[in-house]
Every structure is written in C-alpha cells, then in structure tokens.
Design a protein around this ligand. Structure first.
Ligand code: HEM
Length: 159
C-alpha cells in the first residue's frame, strides 16, 4: 500500500472509531487525528534539535554553548531511539518496492539497523561535548549528519 493510501486508510479507520457525533465541534477538533505517525513526529523532533545545534556547535569554546549542544544531541538520541521503536510505521519507498516485495518486517529491520547507527553517533556526540573534547565532537557531528543523509537516501520516500 502506498504511503498516501496507508494514511487515508488510517484516517478513515480513526474517523469511524471516534464518537464525533456526541462531541461539540470544538471538542471534535481537539480529538481530530493528525496524519503524522509517531515515526514522523519523532523524526521531526530529531530534525528540530539537529537544526538548533548549528549555532552552539560554532561556539564550543563557550561552556554554555557546549552544554546546550550536548543537551540537543541528547534530544536527537532520544527521538531517533523512539524512531527505532516506531520503524514499522514508515512506508517502503516506491524505489525499494521490488527489493522488499511487500516484506514490511524486513524493511523495518533494515531501517532499525541503520537508525541505531545514528542513535550511537548522537549519543557519542553528547558524551564528547560534555567531556569538552571539541575536535571529536565536530567529527561526530559530521558523522551524524552523514548518517541522516545516508538514511534518507536509502529509506525515505522522495517527494
Ligand atoms: C540526525 C539524524 C536524522 C534527522 C535529524 C532526521 C530528520 C528527519 C525529518 C525532519 C524527517 C521528515 C519527517 C516528516 O515527514 O514530518 C525525516 C523523515 C524520515 N527519516 Fe529521518 N532523520 C535522521 C536520520 C534518519 C535515519 C538514520 C534514517 C534511516 C535509517 C531516517 C529515515 C527516515 C525516513 C524513512 C523518513 C520518512 C518518514 C515517513 O515518510 O513516514 N532518518 N527525518
């Protein structure tokens, strides 16, 4: 099933399950389902934290900036570890359909293996920042961005 179809099916099933008719319009809106999966929400969280790291990563001689970068790297670790948990929600990209032939479990396992690489890089980055090893931290920051690029090149649907 394509991602769009999966989303439509999810929305239809959720809408059918909600007792919306017994709720006021405002309440119904508050309970309305979003079309973002837990996987996407956690990827978004990782994305926001990585983006926020740009500025403190340029100022690592400053203890406050280094600490801020370490806490943001930790947020990336947590969000990506949640993605490992929710990997079965990510759709097989069209370009990989023949490779997986509908084997969603195998796809989720491959996705999880690659994700753990980024989780390790993010955690190691936080550790080196806390220890004040700025050169190692810069290398791990580059590795983390590389893991993101490779992960998206292989597993993310192209727009
Ligand atoms: C620092 C590392 C990473 C960051 C900051 C990041 C960030 C993001 C963001 C912002 C999105 C868009 C989410 C949305 O559609 O709302 C996304 C999607 C995605 N990412 Fe990552 N990502 C990272 C690493 C990875 C890795 C390592 C993999 C694979 C092993 C991966 C696989 C995916 C997939 C499959 C999607 C598409 C989700 C969907 O359409 O349901 N990402 N990522």
């Amino acid at each position: 099933m394509t991602h769009t179809l999966q989303r439509r099916a999810f929305l239809a099933a959720t809408a059918a399950a909600l007792p919306v008719l017994t709720l006021s319009t405002t309440q119904a809106r508050a309970f309305a389902p979003t079309d973002h999966s837990d996987f996407e929400n956690n990827m978004d969280k990782a994305g926001d934290a990585l983006k926020a790291m740009r500025s403190p990563m340029r100022d690592l001689d400053n203890d406050d900036a280094r600490h801020e970068a370490a806490m943001l790297a930790n947020t990336v670790t947590i969000a990506l570890a949640q993605c490992v948990k929710f990997a079965h929600q990510a759709p097989i990209p069209v370009r990989s359909e023949s490779k997986y032939d509908g084997d969603t479990d195998r796809f989720a396992t491959d996705l999880r293996i690659k994700l753990t690489e980024a989780v390790s890089a993010a955690n190691a980055l936080s550790r080196q920042l806390l220890m004040g090893n700025t050169e190692e931290a810069q290398n791990l920051y580059a590795s983390l961005r590389q893991a993101r690029k490779e992960g998206h090149d292989e597993f993310e649907e192209e727009d």
